[in-house]
Design a protein around this ligand. Sequence first.
Ligand code: FAD
Ligand code: NAI
Length: 467
Amino acid sequence: MSTYDVAVIGSGPGGYVAAIRCAQLGMKTAIIEKYSTLGGTCLNVGCIPSKALLDSSHHYDDAIRHFEDHGIEIPGEVKLNLEKMMERKASVVSQTCDGVKFLMDKNKIDVYEGVGSFKDKTHINIEKDGETQTIEAKKTIIATGSKPANLPFIELDKERVITSTEALKLKEVPKHMIVIGGGVIGLELGQVYKRLGAEVTVVEFLDRIIPTMDSALSKELQKVLKKQGIKFYTSTKVKSVERNGDEITIKADDKKDKEIELKGDYCLVSVGRKPFTDGLNAEAAGVELDDKGRVKVNDHLQTNVDNIYAIGDVVRGAMLAHKAEEEGTMVAELMAGQKPHIDYNLIPGVVYTWPEVAAVGKTEEQLKEEGVKYKEGKFPMRALGRSRASGDIDGLVKILADEKTDEVLGVHMIGARTADLIAEAVTAMEFRASAEDISRMSHAHPTFAEAVKEAALAATDNRALHI
Ligand code: FAD
Ligand code: NAI
C-alpha cells in the first residue's frame, strides 16, 4: 500500500493548488479525482468554459452591433458557427486541464483517478470501474467542491431544463431561454445566449439581481442588461416548471402576487450551488458536516478530526475559485508549521458580464447594518476619455470610506475591465489605504483605472476633477 504525507480528494482550484503547495513544502502528496480530467468544476464546467463563451459571444456581438460605430464594415452577413465556438471552448478547457496535469507531474504528485472515500481517518479507498485500491495518508485535505442546487419542484431533465453544466454545451441557440435566478451564473450565461440571438428572461426571487453585491451595482447592471434586451422579473416566485415536448412553461407569482406564465424552449436553473460530499464516506473517518451539508471546519480549516482538513466550495464562505486557492495554500502551509492568514473580507467578487462587475470589502448595506459611519465617492465611467475612446461608457466606481479615518472599507465597480481593476482596490485595502492615499496615486491616462482615482477624490472632500 502506498503511503503519503498528504492525500487531497478533489482536483479543483482548491485541491490542485493545495497539492502543489504541499509538494513544494516537501510533503509526499497524492491527489484523487473521480473524473478523467483534472481541474474540477472551475476548469471543466465553470470559470474557464464560461469565460471562453463570454469572450467568443462578445466578439460576435461586437461584430454585429458595434463594428459599424468604429467604421468597420463587413461585406455580407456576420454568421454564427456555434459548433466552432463550442469546439474552441472545449480546446481552451482541455489545454487548461492538461496544464494542471503538467503541474502535478512537475511537482511529483501522484494522481489517482477514481472516487475517493474514507475507510478510516488515515486510509482512503479509491474506486474506479468496480476496482478498489487503498492508500494511506497521514493527513487528508477534502476538496470535493460543489454541485448545482435545484428547487424541489423542478425536474432537471438536463436537455431543456438545465444547469450551467448543460448550458455550456448547447447544440443550438435557444429561441427563448428562461433563467431562474438572477445571480452570477444566470447573468453570465444569460448574456452569452442573448448575444448569440436568444430571447432571455431572468426570474429572480429577491427584489434585485446579484443580491449579495452593493445595490448600486445591481441597479446599474440591470439597467444596462435591460438596454441589451434581457427581460427581468424581480421579486417573483417560481411555482412550477413544466416541459411539454420542446416547450417549457413556467408559472410564477410576480411582485404584486399576480400569477404570470412564461413560455420558452430552454430553462436554465441557476439558484446557487450546494456542497458536494456524496460518496466520500466522511462518517467512516468521523468527519462532521453542518446543517447545510458543508464540511465543518475551524479557523485553520481543520475538521473535527485532527488530521483531516477541508477547503473550497465544500466549506463555509464564498464559492469562488480564488477563495478555494487561498485556502489550499493556507492549509498546506499550516501543515508545514507556518502561520498563514486569509482576510476573507478582501476576497473580491466578480461577474464577467459586459460591463463587468467587481467588488471587494463591505457593501453600503452591510455598513449600514453594522452601524459604521461612512462616506462615499462615486465616479461614472462615461466621464472618462478612455471610455469614450472605446465606446464602453456604462458603469461607475463607488468607494466607501470610514467617515473619520478615511480608511477604504469597500470598493464597488461596474464597467469595462473592472474584473482586472478590482486588484488595485484589493491591494489598497490589504495595506489599509485611505481614500486620500488612492486619490494621490498617479493613474496612467487615459485608462479605465482613472475612475478609481476619481472616485477616491470624490470620497475625500468631493474633489473629483472630471465631473
Ligand atoms: P471543485 O472545483 O468543484 O472541484 C472539486 C473536485 O472534486 C471535482 O473535480 C470533483 O469531481 C472532485 N470530487 C468530488 N468528490 C470526489 C471524490 N469523492 N473522489 C474524487 N474526486 C471527487 N469562480 C470564480 O472564482 N470565478 C469564476 O469566473 C467562476 N465561474 C464559474 C462559472 C460556473 C458556470 C460555475 C458552475 C462556477 C464558477 N465559479 C467561478 C465557481 C468555481 O468553479 C468554484 O468556486 C471552484 O471550482 C471551487 O473549487 P473547489 O476546488 O472547491 O471545488
Ligand atoms: P448565486 O447565488 O450567484 O445566484 C442565485 C440567485 O438565484 C440569487 O440571486 C438568488 O436570490 C436566486 N434565487 C434563489 N432561489 C430562487 C428561486 N426560488 N427563484 C428565483 N430565484 C432564486 O448562484 P449561481 O448563479 O447559481 O452561481 C452559483 C455560485 O457559483 C455563485 O454563488 C458563485 O459562487 C459561483 N460562480 C461564480 C462566478 C464568478 O465568480 N464570476 C460565475 C458563476 C458562478
